[in-house]
Design a protein around this ligand. Structure first.
Ligand code: PSU
Ligand code: MN
Length: 303
């Protein structure tokens, strides 16, 4: 057995009740302990309060766990040496029966295997700045191109090239929806210089888009971008300077590949003295609320 779906999640799925998937790289590599565990449990609670079942996904002893227990989330967050697992890493980590933190790509893969259709996270990976030289493009984008899961996020961080990320998603047929916004949110800030494909103003409208995409057999994800609440958004000059500085340090230190994203997240947090972490936590909460509403509407419209 490569995946284990917990009983509560299994029952909900059998009864067409809303389930919301959550990733685990954000726990092990995106935030420090103990805020990571606290945040992960609070996000689950927000989803429960909205009437949905949360399913935090991660790999324990080589098995994809669909719906980790609170104890498992605690172990995950405190362990410290968990591999970040994207699509290409999955076979090896499972074959070696290791623990693994799932990225957006692998969370989509495992959610899809379990039959979960809505997934909430903070930010997705994308096309990195200077990708025309480095070829550094997150496997998250290919997963969005192919795997039938809707991903709710706060846009993408400006550590990426947002324009190229949108071009890539367009090429692979991934609709990018802006929740009550025409501008692509940039994670820490509510907007960027780029437009989303469509502004949508209700979870029901989003559910209808997903339904049409599925019924037409157009495989792949739908990307819902939800701006960080105004009161938690950061000053764009402050955050952009922190990002520029982090990128410079990363290049000087020669960090690349799968270490890039975690390195940049940690550096930005250090430079902003923790402010970026507070914003990060709040935007995930906000996405959990929206994702829950979408999951509920989708259960109704897909019948
Ligand atoms: N962006 C964030 N926070 C994160 C990540 C991205 O703002 O925690 C994580 C997600 O798990 C995402 C992964 O799927 O980093 C992308 O890594 P890479 O660029 O190596 O594909
Ligand atoms: Mn990469």
């Amino acid at each position: 057995m490569y995946i284990r779906v917990n009983e509560e999640v299994k029952k909900a799925l059998e009864n067409n009740e809303p389930v919301v998937a959550l990733e685990s790289t954000i726990i092990s590599h995106g935030m420090p302990y103990p805020q990571n565990v606290k945040t992960a449990l609070e996000v689950e609670q927000i989803i429960r309060n909205a009437g949905c079942v949360p399913a935090t996904i991660g790999i324990i002893d080589g098995v994809g766990i669909i719906g980790m227990s609170a104890d498992e989330i605690e172990s995950f967050g405190s362990r410290g040496n968990i591999e970040k697992v994207s699509r290409r890493d999955l076979p090896m980590i499972m074959a070696r029966k290791m623990w693994g933190a799932t990225t957006v790509a692998t969370t989509m893969i495992l959610a899809n295997m379990a039959g979960i259709e809505v997934f909430v996270t903070g930010g997705i990976g994308g096309v990195h700045r200077n990708a025309q030289m480095t070829f550094d493009i997150s496997a998250d984008l290919q997963e969005l191109a192919n795997t039938n899961v809707t991903v709710v996020c706060a846009g993408a961080k400006a550590i990426l090239d947002l324009g190229l990320t949108l071009e890539y998603l367009e090429t692979f047929g991934v609709p990018v929806l802006g929740y009550k916004t025409k501008k692509l949110p940039a994670f820490y800030t509510r907007s960027s210089n780029f437009n989303v494909d469509y502004e949508v103003d209700t979870p029901l409208e989003i559910a209808r888009v997903i339904k049409v995409k599925r019924e037409l057999g157009l495989n792949g994800g739908v990307l819902v971008t939800n701006p960080i609440p105004e009161e938690y958004s950061m000053d764009s000059n402050v955050i952009n300077e922190a990002i520029e500085e982090s990128l410079k340090l990363m290049n000087e230190e020669g960090v690349h590949g799968k270490e890039s994203t975690p390195y940049l997240l940690a550096k930005v947090k250090e430079i902003t003295k923790g402010d970026s972490l507070d914003s990060n936590i709040q935007l995930v909460f906000n996405n959990a609320k929206l994702g829950s509403e979408i999951a509920k509407e989708y259960c109704k419209v897909k019948k």
